[in-house]
Design a protein around this ligand. Structure first.
Ligand SMILES: [Zn+2]
Ligand SMILES: [Zn+2]
Length: 862
């Protein structure tokens, strides 16, 4: 065996294994009959930076993947990349100084693909450096034809099954991104706005209405009041004039109007909010679209046409103020819907878009078949499911995304949806192989809209379980790990799509992780200056230390604070393990015929108990519990106690006693490296390879040893550590011999390891020791005697010191001390002396230590 360095050099060890590991040991075996464990790994957006939130989530996944592999499962920990989307388009425009319309569509797509491929390459490096055991044979890239042909085929199948349709319907629209977005992509934020009170002229007298959006006057299609509103009932069925634009709209009755809010009458516009959409549908109102796709006023806005929404709002308020139409303005707190990507206030526009049908009952039913960890996270999905107002809008007006495989007949308008066998294709590059199915025309135009990126990522689970692949499919997957921020998108859509496409739940379990907070307790972000990159942590302390932070930082589901101190203590633990290994390496030898003594059996029982506990924690994804149990065993039980106890046997003559200790150390190290392998794969591998030559990552998870509790071993350990404390309290070297140790207890203790570890003769006796206490010295207290006896003090002290200590002790007991000063009896207070005693056992002076279950006597004199 080569020299083992004193300091653990994490950089050398980790760099070595990153380069040396054979990644094929992590590949999923499609032909294996072992129980499968397929993980529906989140495909990150390839920004080029694998951020710390990703890293936390991947640590959890890696802990599970490595653990399950060691338990004999056929594990798939695939890696996907969710490439499509607006951020990449924006970045490409920025880098190349272009807008997407300045270059041909295909060229723009190519630039996006090129940048994405570069970013993926960078992120792979970080993931390998962090020691993740990804199955790279099951990598997928959503922008590749292999993958997006599946997205397109899923579109065609759901269209054929009547689950996807195209319709003119109000949709959430981001004017900045200039695209439709789904409800799940709308975020709400409270803002203070102004409630304007205005007059709508009527022959019955002006009707006062209140609105926060006067710029939508041109989109007003009706005014509504509550049917029981005494004051305004008379207007129902009449017409009022829209101010500024001066056209008539009907006044309708609807119970959803709150008579106590504003003026009690509201204008219905197409569309100010979701309530407008409901009224518009229920009352069959006409459509007046005053805002266009870029967020500018349309021709319907008359003189205001062409203005931005905010410009129009200012101009129209000015005009109404000067015309006396606005008679009151008051502040109002309001929830405003924002685009989740760019935080622009969304509009609701009526657009012809593609939709996926949502069946809330089916989502709820399917979710109930899935184990949620932690279970309260399911409530988020159920609450969200209850708020669905309309179906999932899946068409987007962008470029870098999966094309919608559809053409439209220019003659009769009939859509032609591609057949599965034609896919993948981009209808903008490829014409349909058949004419219009309705009128036979060859003149068809392509769909230019593309699919929502969630259409790609919501079939990740089907892709990894082999849907439409060369192997027999293996859905459902066993685990979906993901953040709680995408429950209403990724989890929701995946459940919907799995049910629709293959008729089953997507996974057995979903493990939800929290977000990473900075050391200041706030969400980590570059602008708050609390941002940490995983690469920075790895460079300073190594991946194994970083991974320990992930393990102990918090339990899955709760937000986790990044703490350098967790990483630093992780580094310290690596050094502790290394030092222990360095000491043990020459001694760890397997002997099949080893006969463990009480101390060995105690260690093996503790090891077994720990294996049992860690296994239970891993099954519950309680990584913090699992790792703490391993660490406390390694540090406190093995290093601080067992090794100290058996050192003398290890350095002693060869024989059964020594071999038992060598074999026990071997077993402990073997199990410990296996248990550490999921958490700290580098140091676990380094140690295991050094002492057994095999990779710990192809080893099995240790089984509990099924041993009985070992009270004798526990007591020996307690006695040894009491003696260590005794020596250190007295400033004695730990190896300095004592005059003899007697242990009184009701167990038959073996003494060899106690003798060895204390460096002193040890005897064990039954029952309790017979103890007597004897006074051996009288110490007069000058402070108490001086003030009372003044110039006689010296004489009294001399006398006290000369008296028989036993006799003085009895006087103290009786409450008065009499001192004979040349015939005069002088009384001295018992508080004026201290009696020094010694403990005797069988006439020999000892110190006594009381333990739970034993009394220990340590000889102090001859
Ligand atoms: Zn936006
Ligand atoms: Zn046609």
């Amino acid at each position: 065996m080569s020299e083992i360095s004193k300091e653990y050099d994490f950089k050398k060890v980790e760099d070595k294994w990153v380069g040396a590991w054979d990644e094929s040991i992590y590949y999923f075996d499609w032909n294996s009959s072992a129980p499968q464990y397929i993980i529906d790994t989140p495909p990150p957006y390839p920004t080029g930076n694998f951020h710390i939130g990703n890293a936390l989530n991947w640590c959890y996944i890696d802990f599970v993947a490595r653990y399950k592999r060691m338990r004999g499962y056929n594990v798939m920990f695939p890696q996907g990349w969710d490439c499509h989307g607006l951020p990449t388009e924006v970045k490409v425009e920025e880098i190349h100084g272009i807008t997407k319309n300045m270059v041909p569509r295909e060229e723009f797509r190519r630039l996006c693909e090129e940048m994405t491929a570069g970013n993926i390459a960078k992120m792979r490096v970080t993931m390998r450096r962090l020691g993740f055991s990804n199955d790279w044979s099951n990598e997928y890239v959503t922008m590749d034809p292999d993958y997006y042909s599946k997205t397109q085929r899923s579109f065609v199948r759901m269209y054929d099954d009547g689950l996807i349709y195209r319709e003119d319907h109000p949709v959430n629209w981001c004017p900045r991104c200039s695209t439709a977005i789904a409800f799940a992509e709308v975020e709400y934020d409270s803002r203070t706005t102004t409630l304007n009170h205005l007059r709508f002229p009527s022959p019955l007298g002006d009707l006062e209405i209140a609105t926060t959006r006067p710029e939508l006057l041109a989109a007003c299609v009706a005014v509504a009041v509550h049917p029981n509103d005494e004051l305004r009932r008379k207007y129902i069925g009449s017409q009022v004039a829209v101010p500024v634009f001066d056209y008539p709209v009907p006044v309708i009755a609807d119970e959803a109007v709150d008579p106590a809010f504003g003026t009690g009458a509201v204008m219905i516009c197409t569309f100010g909010d979701k309530q407008d959409v409901r009224w518009w549908v229920e009352h069959h109102l006409p459509l007046r679209q005053a805002i266009d796709r870029e967020g500018r006023m349309t021709e319907a806005a008359g003189n205001f046409a062409g203005m931005k929404i905010s410009e129009c709002k200012d101009a129209i308020i000015d005009e109404m103020r000067s015309g006396g139409i606005i008679f009151k303005e008051e502040p109002l707190d309001q929830n405003v819907g924002l685009c989740w990507r760019c935080k622009t206030a969304i509009e609701i526009l009526s657009e012809r878009q593609w939709f996926v049908k949502i069946d809330p009952a089916e989502i709820v039913e399917t979710s109930a078949e899935i184990r949620w960890v932690p279970d309260h996270m399911e409530t988020r999905l159920l609450n969200w499911t209850g708020t669905m107002d309309w179906d999932w809008c899946i068409s987007r007006q962008r470029i870098f995304a999966t094309p919608i495989p559809v053409w439209y007949c220019r003659g009769c308008g009939e859509p032609l949806v591609a057949k599965e066998e034609w896919l993948p294709l981009d209808p903008n590059l490829t014409g349909p192989p058949v004419p219009c199915p309705k009128c036979g025309s060859d003149d068809l135009e392509p769909e230019t809209d593309v699919l929502d990126t969630w259409m790609d990522s919501s079939i990740s689970v089907l892709n990894v379980t082999g849907w439409l692949g060369p192997h027999e499919p293996r859905y459902p997957a066993q685990l979906r790990p993901q953040g709680h921020d995408i429950i209403r998108t990724w989890a929701f859509y995946t459940i919907l799509r799995a049910k629709a496409l293959v008729g089953t739940r997507p996974w057995d379990s979903i493990l939800v992780n929290g977000m990473v907070l900075g050391e200041d307790g706030r969400k980590m972000s570059k602008s708050l200056n609390n941002f940490i990159a995983p690469e920075e942590v790895v460079a300073k302390y190594g991946a194994d230390a970083f991974r320990q932070w992930a393990a102990v930082g918090g339990s899955p589901g709760s937000d986790v604070m990044f703490r350098w101190k967790d990483v630093i203590s992780g580094g310290r633990f690596l050094q502790k393990i290394w030092s222990m290994y360095r000491f043990s390496a020459p001694h760890a030898v397997r002997f099949d015929d080893a006969a463990p003594n009480q101390v060995d059996r105690w260690l093996l029982f503790e090891l077994s108990k720990m294996i049992d506990a860690v296994t239970g924690s891993m099954e519950r994804f309680a990584f913090d519990e699992a790792f703490r149990a391993i660490r406390s065993f390694a540090w406190e039980v093995l290093a601080d106690n067992y090794i100290e106890l058996v050192k003398s046997r290890l350095y002693g003559p060869d024989g059964p006693e020594k071999r038992a200790a060598q074999d026990t150390i071997f077993k402990a190290l073997e199990a410990l490296t296996a248990l550490l392998a999921p958490f700290t794969p580098f140091i676990a591998e380094e140690i295991r390879r050094n002492f057994s030559g095999e990779s710990v990552h192809t080893a099995s998870w240790p089984e509990p040893l099924g041993l009985e509790a070992q009270p004798e071993g526990v007591l020996i350990k307690e006695v040894a550590s009491a003696v260590r404390r005794y020596k250190s309290d007295r400033g004695m070297a730990l190896n300095s011999p004592l005059a003899g140790i007697e242990v009184y207890c009701d167990l038959d203790l073996e003494t060899a390891d106690l003798t060895g570890s204390t460096g002193s003769p040890v005897s064990v006796k039954r029952g309790r020791p017979e103890i007597e206490t004897r006074a051996i010295e009288v110490r007069p207290k000058m402070k108490a005697i001086g003030p009372v006896f003044k110039d006689k003090s010296g004489e009294i002290i001399g006398e006290l010191e000369g008296m028989d200590p036993e006799e003085v002790a009895q006087m103290v007991e009786a409450g008065r001390i009499e001192v004979d000063l040349g015939g005069d009896l002088v009384e001295v207070s018992p508080a004026a002396v201290e009696i020094v005693t010694e403990t005797l056992s069988a006439g020999r002076a000892v110190d006594m230590i009381s333990l739970d279950g034993a009394t220990v006597l340590i000889g102090t004199g001859p």
